[in-house]
Design a protein around this ligand. Structure first.
Ligand SMILES: Nc1ncnc2c1ncn2[C@@H]1O[C@H](COP(=O)(O)OP(=O)(O)OP(=O)(O)O)[C@@H](O)[C@H]1O
Length: 473
């Protein structure tokens, strides 16, 4: 029953981390010269203050501390060699990942060192691949490949990339062990999962917090068997009142296990110093947890162009149609807000359905028009995503929950049919585009707003440090 060893997934700088247990902590990293002016310095003590580990300009020497050096010229293979099995590295290259992204360059040496980590970096910056490489790295050290469980509220991107890496390499393999990935869903078929767990413990379990807790309660997975626990989109989980107590309970129980590693990932961690402090105080992580904050001064990818169009509420559908006609996007995601309880009670159709109908009746392009549903079966969702990835152009209508974490790198345009409710939601919506890490091409985020909403959007601009230009049709 359960697995003998596990990892959990719930997501060119030179590092020097003088961070020894129970001592004041400074993390030093040397950014590329074009970023130096914006870097700040912090020295903090783990036990007396909320702790932040942040970049300082020059490297300091501290012989007692481990050094994590990630040279900017290193390839992913260079960084992972000796940690990640060769067949996974070959697969990584076959998929087309050669150069590490910023967060991967910074995080991988720290992750491979066994330290708990908070991966804090822009949407689409490659956090998923970073933690998956960690998970695959420990496979070789354990008899059973280890199990990783993604307790993120959204595990789609992690699941897709994990599956891609687990696929058989084209090259002949000597050291290729089969990697199996199990998707755990809320309300999934426990019986089937139980027999699977018994017959062949998976390498990685990707699941929601609810499903993981259920498996643990029923003793179908043992906490001790989880080598790595990754909590992706951690800020969303801590913001959800019905998830937070289960997550706390899980983290506290997990912290008592030896030989385990906890990783949190998110593009947005409001009050991250407070969060870091809580991680240590509440024992959600080990005391020497490392907060890796890539690009702290630019929470959104620079190549996004932000625009807004002002119209009355009744004109929004025609405004959207005109925008789609003039932009002629290759592929786009249109975000609408969740239907309110009041609107449901009044018997109104959800806005998603209304937008879909309008598009189907008025849009003249050759796009496939699809509704991204929240509760769709995990495997059908994975299948439809891989179809979308394989080409063709699409207009996807989504709510915040349904669209969270979606990784469709060909998305060139985002439309906020409704203004998101806060800056964090704006960030996560905008981050569904611009997801080709080394591409220079511009991607566009357009918000359709009423004149009264202009000041709200301005607030998001200030908070997220971007500029939005008015568009006149
Ligand atoms: N080193 C790399 N080289 C090329 N592409 C990469 C690399 N790492 C990741 N990618 C691609 O970049 C895209 C975004 O990666 P990923 O989903 O890991 O980002 P993320 O930081 O987890 O984003 P989010 O916060 O939005 O979930 C994916 O399509 C992934 O395949």
């Amino acid at each position: 029953m359960g697995c003998s060893s596990t990892e959990i997934l719930l997501q060119g700088l030179s590092w020097r981390i003088p961070f020894s247990d129970n001592k004041p902590t400074t993390l030093t990293f040397t950014p590329p010269s074009n970023q130096r002016s914006s870097i700040q310095t912090f020295n903090t003590s783990l036990h007396s203050h909320p702790t932040s580990i942040s970049p300082i300009l020059s490297s300091s020497s501290n012989q007692e501390s481990p050094n994590f050096v990630a040279d900017q010229r290193l390839t992913l293979r260079d960084i992972c060699q000796g940690h990640v099995p060769d067949h996974i590295l070959r697969r990584v290259e076959e998929v087309g990942y050669f150069t590490p992204t910023e967060i991967q360059r910074q995080a991988l040496p720290v992750l491979f060192s066994g330290r708990d980590c908070i991966l804090h970096a822009q949407t689409g910056s490659g956090k998923t691949l970073a933690y998956l490489l960690l998970i695959y790295s420990s496979n070789k050290h354990t008899k059973i490949s280890g199990t990783s469980i993604d307790c993120g509220t959204n595990s789609r991107a992690g699941h897709a990339i994990a599956r891609m890496l687990a696929a058989k390499s084209d090259q002949p393999l000597l050291d290729n062990k089969p990697c199996t990935i199990m998707a755990l869903l809320d309300g999934g078929t426990l019986k089937r999962q139980k027999s699977w767990l018994k017959a062949e413990p998976p390498t990685i379990i990707v699941g929601t917090l609810g499903s993981l807790c259920q498996m643990l309660e029923k003793h179908m997975i043992k906490l001790e068997s989880m080598r790595v626990l990754v909590v992706d989109e951690v800020d969303f989980m801590f913001n959800s009142s019905n998830q937070v107590s289960s997550l706390r309970k899980l983290l506290i129980s997990y912290s008592s296990i030896n030989n385990r590693q906890t990783v949190f990932a998110s593009a947005s961690i409001p009050q991250h110093r407070r969060f870091l402090y809580d991680c240590i105080q509440q024992k959600w992580t080990k005391a020497d947890v490392v907060h890796i904050h890539a690009n702290p001064v630019q929470p959104m990818p620079a190549r996004l162009q932000h625009r807004f169009l002002v119209c009355s509420r009744s004109e929004r559908h025609s405004a959207l149609s005109s925008l789609l006609q003039s932009d002629a996007p290759q592929s786009a995601i249109i975000f609408v807000n969740e239907q309110s309880e009041k609107s449901k009670k009044a018997g109104n159709a959800p806005s998603t359905d209304v937008v879909i109908d309008v598009l189907k009746n008025s849009h003249e392009g050759s796009h496939e028009i699809l509704l991204l549903e929240e509760k769709i079966n995990f495997n059908s969702r994975a299948a439809s995503f891989s179809e979308l990835r394989q080409g063709g152009s699409y207009l996807l209508v989504a709510t915040d929950i349904a669209g969270r974490g979606v990784d469709l790198p060909d998305t060139t345009h985002i439309y906020n049919f409704d203004l998101p409710k806060d800056a964090v939601h704006y960030l996560h919506r905008a981050g569904r585009t611009g997801r080709k890490p080394f591409s220079e091409s511009k991607c566009v985020v357009t918000s359709i707003i009423t004149s009264e909403e202009r000041f709200v959007l301005q607030k998001y601009e200030n908070e997220l440090m971007f500029v939005c230009d008015e568009l006149l049709l």
